[in-house]
Design a protein around this ligand. Structure first.
Ligand code: SAH
Length: 354
């Protein structure tokens, strides 16, 4: 424990460790280590963001996907997936409902749906921006060309979430079919950053074939790429995928990694993800207590929520949006945090702005 404590303190001081040290940190997981990491993480997060928790309205715009990622429930060869795509009107209606509930960020997430052309997206983004100029628009629509990202940025999109999934090429190839490439994913992330998006990367904890070395590389990548946001959650099994026999990832390890990521970057926007809330009913609260500061409630129309099933038993598919925001506010207050209504951009100073 002494060694792990020293490593955590070193990370807290330098915001950087070697690959080997990250490996030692991960292998050295213990309940005690996690508690110490969380205490340091919370201290950092409080200095930058106080007790504020940001909320993002997640609109799952389509479960049509041209890709066949082995872990994902909406992969194109899953014949049991009941496909849908939202219309512009559906999306605007979800945003309207969200705005009234206090959301000031809308996240449009979906499969790589060829129907979502630049023309369509530019139209939706500019409409959202003119209706709600005080809101941030986040996209999470997978890999697109640099030109496409540029058009979406010019239309008003502010942020883009594209998890790198794993920072090790060999591991990437075990999770994806041959026509998908690690290099292209990394190229997309680089392009997004160059184009001026606030960018989020991320990975699944406990994805099939993942090793401690892989996770250490993921942490090193987060350190070096210095994203504005980072989405991590446990890998969760989906029955209709080639990985249906693979066990889900560890809840405790995910919490520990959240704390470590907060130490790498005190200013990072770090969600307690839906996957975390799915694997454990107290997942979101415990994620916040480990160092997360963002929660992304579901704003998708009720009729499609059952259909956006990335993994089995996805949480929060029954709650009305209004009900879920109220529950969330209460549960955050109960642990000493406050859900705030603001865009929740990344702090650039590292300190609370008075
Ligand atoms: N198509 C978009 C959005 C993907 S869904 C894209 O490519 O970025 C968002 C994230 O859900 C994925 O990046 C992946 O990390 C996660 N995910 C997919 N299947 C999952 C599973 N079975 N368990 C946990 N997370 C999963």
């Amino acid at each position: 424990m002494k060694k792990i404590k020293n490593l955590l303190e070193k990370l807290n001081k330098n915001r950087s460790l070697t690959l080997l040290e990250y490996e030692q940190l991960i292998s050295g997981y213990s309940k005690e280590a996690a508690e110490y990491a969380a205490a340091l993480a919370v201290e950092n997060r409080k200095r930058v963001y106080g007790t504020d928790i940001y909320i993002r309205g997640l609109i799952e715009v389509s479960n049509v996907c041209k890709n066949d990622c082995y872990y994902c429930g909406i992969r194109c060869s899953n014949k049991n997936c009941d496909r849908y795509r939202l219309t512009k009107e559906d999306i605007l209606l979800s945003a309207k409902e969200g705005y009234a509930l206090g959301f000031r960020t809308f996240v449009m997430q979906g499969g790589e749906d060829p129907h979502f052309t630049d023309e369509f997206l530019v139209d939706v983004i500019s409409s959202l921006k003119s209706l709600y100029p005080d809101c941030a628009i986040t996209l999470s629509l997978g890999e697109r060309s640099r030109e496409s990202y540029k058009a979406l940025k010019n239309a008003g999109a502010d942020r883009y979430l594209l998890r790198h999934e794993t920072a090790e090429k060999e591991h990437y190839q075990k999770l994806h079919p041959e026509n998908m490439s690690y290099d292209n994913r990394m190229e997309c992330l680089k392009n997004l950053k160059e184009l001026g998006f606030q960018v989020g990367c991320g990975f699944m904890v406990g994805s099939p074939y993942q090793t401690v070395q892989n996770l250490a590389k993921d942490l090193k990548f987060v350190e070096e790429f210095a994203p504005d946001m980072c989405g991590i959650g446990p890998y969760l099994t989906h029955k209709d995928t080639p990985f249906n026999n693979m066990p889900s990832g560890s809840f405790e390890l995910t919490l520990y990694l959240l704390s470590i990521i907060r130490l790498i970057s005190p200013e990072i926007l770090l969600p307690a993800t839906t996957a975390l809330g799915t694997i454990n009913p107290k997942g979101r609260e415990l994620g916040i207590l480990a160092g997360a500061n963002v929660i992304m409630p579901n704003l998708s129309p009720m009729s499609v929520r059952q259909k956006y099933m990335l993994y089995d038993n996805k949480a929060c598919i029954g709650d009305e949006a209004a009900e879920s925001v109220n529950n969330l506010k209460r549960s955050m207050e109960a642990i000493g945090y406050t859900v705030v209504t603001s865009r929740g951009d990344r702090s650039l100073t590292g300190f609370i702005t008075p």
